[in-house]
Design a binder for this molecule. Structure first.
Ligand SMILES: C[S@@+](CC[C@H](N)C(=O)[O-])C[C@H]1O[C@@H](n2cnc3c(N)ncnc32)[C@H](O)[C@@H]1O
Length: 429
C-alpha cells in the first residue's frame, strides 16, 4: 500500500470499505481486527489510520441507522456503510464518490433522524433495550446517546511515586490539558487521545491509562499496608497496579488469572510502576490448588469477573453485536462460580469485592444477591458508605440498591462519564 500522504480519497474509501467488511464478520474483537489490518498494511500513515478506525467505529456505533439508509444506495453494502460512517471532512469524502453516490448521501443527510423508529435511533440490539429501559426509564435515551459518543481518556496517577499535580504539569508542558477526575483522587481526565507512552512520566510509572470507574473499584477494596490481598481476575493488571500502590508496595498482592497471556501483559506495567509486592500467578481455574492453599489466609479479595463488557460500549461498540442473552446467561454461571470460590480465600473479617463492567442486572445485582443468600457469613457493606469514608465526593450518587440506595456501586456513562461498572462489597463474619 502506498504512502499515506499520497493516498487518494478514492483509494482511502476503498480501504475503509474493506476494513468495514472485515469488521462486520464479527469473528474477532474489532480492536484486534483493526490492529491486524494495520500490521498487514504498514504503508498506512497516522491520518489514514485515524480515518480507517474512526470509520469502522462509526459504522459499529450506528449500525442500525446505517442499515436503514443503506438499501436505498447502490454498490457493495460495506462501501455504503463506509460512506455513511466516513470519519473525515465531507468534501474529502465527496471527492471519492460517484455522482449517484453523492445524490444518495445528500438524500440520507436530509433525513431527520428524530423522526425515525426507535431502533434506528438507539442503535442497540433489541435484547439489550428492554433490560436497560427497565433500569433507567426515561434515562435510557441519554444512555443510548452517550454510548455512541466515544469515551474520553482517563489516567491514574501512581500514588506510590508521583503526585497528580506533577503529572498534570508535565502534560501541560506538552500542551495537553488534564483536569482532576471528579471522584477518584488519583485520576486525570484528558481531552482528545494524545499518544502518551513517550512521556517521561509514563516510562517511569508515574501514570497509567485507566478509566475513573476502574479506579473507584480498586478504591472499594481499600487494601492496606502489609496485608495479604488477592486480585482474582487480574488480567493485564489495571486494578492490580492501583491496589499495589494503595498498599504502598508492602504486604503481598497475588495477581491471579486463567490467562497467562494477559498476565504477561502485566509484567512491563509492573516494572514501570516500581511495585515489589505483586505476585502474578496463572491458575488453571477458580478451584486451582493455589486457591485452596491460600483459603482463609487473605485480608481482601477483588473479583473483577469476566463479563459481557457491555459497560464499555463507548470504546467497544462491537460487543453489542457480538454478545447475546445466551452468552450473558453462560457468563452468569461462571461469575457465580468464580465469586463463590474466591470467597473461600478470606480470613474472618476480610473484605470481598465483586465487580463487572456490565450494565445488566443478571451479571450484577442478581449475582451479588444470590451470593449473599447462599453465604450468610458474608455481610454486605454499603458501597456508598465505603466510598464516603474514603472521601469520594458525592459517593451516594454513584450507588444504588439495598434499603438505603447505597448498597452497590453503579456507574453509568451518561451520569458519571465513566464506563458502566458495578461493584458489591462484603465483610466476612
Ligand atoms: C474483566 S477482566 C479483568 C480485567 C483486569 N482486572 C483489569 O483491571 O485490567 C476478567 C479476567 O478474568 C479472567 N478469568 C476468566 N475466568 C477466570 C477464572 N475462572 N479464574 C480467574 N480468572 C478468570 C480473564 O482471563 C480476564 O482476564
Amino acid at each position: 500500500m502506498g504512502q499515506s500522504s499520497a493516498m487518494h480519497p478514492k483509494a482511502l474509501l476503498d480501504v475503509c470499505s474493506e476494513l468495514v467488511r472485515l469488521s462486520l464478520k464479527f469473528d474477532h474483537p474489532t480492536d484486534a481486527i483493526v490492529a491486524k489490518f494495520f500490521r498487514d498494511n504498514r504503508g498506512l500513515g497516522p491520518r489514514e489510520r485515524a480515518t480507517l478506525s474512526g470509520t469502522v467505529y462509526n459504522v459499529l456505533r450506528k449500525k442500525l441507522l446505517f442499515d436503514h439508509f443503506a438499501p436505498s444506495g447502490s454498490g457493495p453494502k460495506e462501501r455504503r456503510l463506509a460512506i455513511l460512517g466516513f470519519y473525515g471532512p465531507g468534501d474529502f469524502l465527496r471527492s471519492a464518490l460517484t455522482d449517484q453516490e453523492k445524490n444518495w448521501l445528500d438524500q440520507c443527510e436530509k433525513i431527520n433522524v428524530a423522526d425515525l423508529m426507535e431502533r434506528h435511533r438507539h442503535n442497540l440490539p433489541e435484547w439489550l433495550v428492554q433490560p436497560l429501559k427497565d433500569q433507567l426509564g426515561d434515562e435510557f435515551w441519554p444512555l443510548a446517546e452517550s454510548l455512541n459518543l466515544g469515551a474520553g481518556l482517563d489516567l491514574r496517577v501512581n500514588a506510590l511515586n508521583a503526585k497528580r499535580a506533577d503529572v498534570q504539569k508535565e502534560l501541560a508542558q506538552a500542551g495537553i490539558k488534564a483536569v482532576n477526575t471528579p471522584y477518584s483522587p488519583w485520576g486525570l481526565r484528558i481531552a482528545g487521545k494524545p499518544t502518551l507512552n513517550k512521556f517521561d512520566g509514563f516510562i517511569k510509572g508515574a501514570f497509567e491509562v485507566q478509566d475513573e470507574g476502574s479506579q473507584l473499584l480498586a478504591m472499594l477494596l481499600d487494601a492496606k499496608r502489609g496485608e495479604m490481598v488477592v486480585d482474582f481476575c487480574a488480567g493485564a493488571g489495571g486494578k492490580t497496579l492501583a491496589i499495589g500502590a494503595c498498599m504502598r508496595s508492602t504486604g503481598r498482592l497475588y495477581a491471579f488469572d486463567t490467562s497467562p497471556h494477559r498476565l504477561d501483559a502485566l509484567k512491563p506495567r509492573l516494572a514501570r510502576s516500581g511495585l515489589s509486592n505483586v505476585h502474578p500467578a496463572a491458575i488453571a481455574h477458580e478451584r486451582d490448588d493455589r486457591v485452596k492453599r491460600l483459603a482463609g489466609k487473605i485480608d481482601r479479595v477483588l473479583v473483577d469477573a469476566p463479563c459481557s463488557g457491555l459497560g464499555t460500549l463507548r470504546r467497544n461498540p462491537d460487543l453489542k453485536w457480538r454478545q447475546s442473552l445466551g452468552l450473558v446467561a453462560e457468563l452468569a454461571v461462571t461469575q457465580a462460580a468464580i465469586l463463590q470460590s474466591a470467597a473461600r480465600l478470606l480470613k474472618p473479617g476480610g473484605r470481598l469485592v465483586y465487580a463487572t463492567c456490565s450494565m445488566l442486572v443478571q451479571e450484577n445485582e442478581a449475582i451479588a444477591q444470590a451470593f449473599s443468600e447462599a453465604n450468610p457469613d458474608f455481610a454486605p457493606l454499603e458501597a456508598g458508605e465505603v466510598l464516603s469514608g474514603l472521601k469520594v465526593a458525592d459517593a451516594a450518587k454513584l450507588c444504588s440498591g439495598g434499603e438505603t440506595g447505597q448498597r452497590y456501586l453503579r456507574l453509568w456513562p451518561h451520569r458519571h462519564h465513566t464506563d458502566g461498572f458495578f461493584a458489591a462489597v462484603w465483610q466476612r463474619a
